[in-house]
Design a binder for this molecule. Structure first.
Ligand code: 13P
Length: 251
């Protein structure tokens, strides 16, 4: 169901004491009505999932993970399985983040395998797509994001998108302070939604499409004002409770 969501991607940040501090400030903000709990998803480093599960117990704030391996078990040193995420009350998992695609050489096909493996464990995949600066300047934005989306549709089928989230994250806007303008983001979101609509109107109407890339308290309102932007996947600003709560309040 199309819903507004603000997902915190903490990436590789935090230590035990900071996790406690950040979560208690977020819980406090939710209690004070600054943000609606059911709109908020926290994706910590996997190592902190147990702590986050414990500290969010009794709240409606959802938990997500940043990555997992598509195999259910085996000799994959350093990896965790989707079934393990489930044991820590995760309901979401980020798939195909550009940092995984670029730094860890994840291919479209591997991303699709992860998407399927996540759904097999009843986790909702947040599928990230996005172009580089160079690709944008060469006019390739639409073809790149649609190729990334199509790769998953080919493996998983369109029906799989009735229980998935898409995040458009232009790589040039991640961690750079360069946000896509609301119009630039809207244009890509509309492209993604109409591509899905050509295959299945109902799925297109109901899917949640997030924007990610330097979302801050001072630009969230304008982004969320766009017709096809349903929420945000937030990196840096999700490490600051006040900033993050302001983004949640805008959603
Ligand atoms: P920033 O918000 O730090 O640009 O990161 C965006 C992102 O990659 C979220 O997944």
């Amino acid at each position: 169901m199309r819903s507004s969501l603000v997902v915190a991607n903490w990436k590789m940040h935090g230590q035990k004491s900071e996790v406690t501090e950040l979560l208690s400030a977020i819980k406090d903000g939710v209690k004070r009505g600054l943000a609606r709990a059911e709109k908020v998803v926290i994706c910590p480093p996997s190592l902190f999932l147990g702590q986050v599960e414990h500290e969010l117990a009794g709240t409606e704030i959802a938990i997500g993970a940043q990555n997992a391996h598509p195999q259910t078990k085996g000799a994959f040193t350093g990896e965790v399985a989707f079934a393990m995420l489930k044991e820590f009350s995760c309901s979401f998992v980020i798939i195909g983040h550009s940092e995984r695609r670029e730094l860890f050489a994840e291919t479209d096909k591997f991303v699709a395998e992860k998407f399927l493996a996540a759904q097999a464990q009843d986790l909702i995949p947040i599928l990230c797509v996005g172009e580089t600066q160079e690709q944008r300047e060469s006019g390739l934005t639409k073809s790149i994001v649609l190729k990334q989306l199509q790769a998953v549709i080919t493996e998983a089928g369109i029906e799989a998108f009735s229980n998935a989230v898409i995040a458009y994250e232009p790589i040039w806007a991640i961690g750079t302070g360069l946000t896509a303008t609301p119009e630039q983001a809207q244009e890509v979101h509309a492209t993604l939604r109409s591509f899905l609509a050509e295959i299945d109107q109902n799925i297109a109407d109901n899917i949640t499409i997030l924007y990610g890339g330097s979302v801050k308290a001072n630009n969230a309102n304008a982004l969320f004002g766009q017709a096809d932007i349903d929420g945000a996947l937030v990196g840096g600003a999700s490490l600051d409770a006040e900033e993050f709560l302001t983004i949640c309040a805008a959603a």
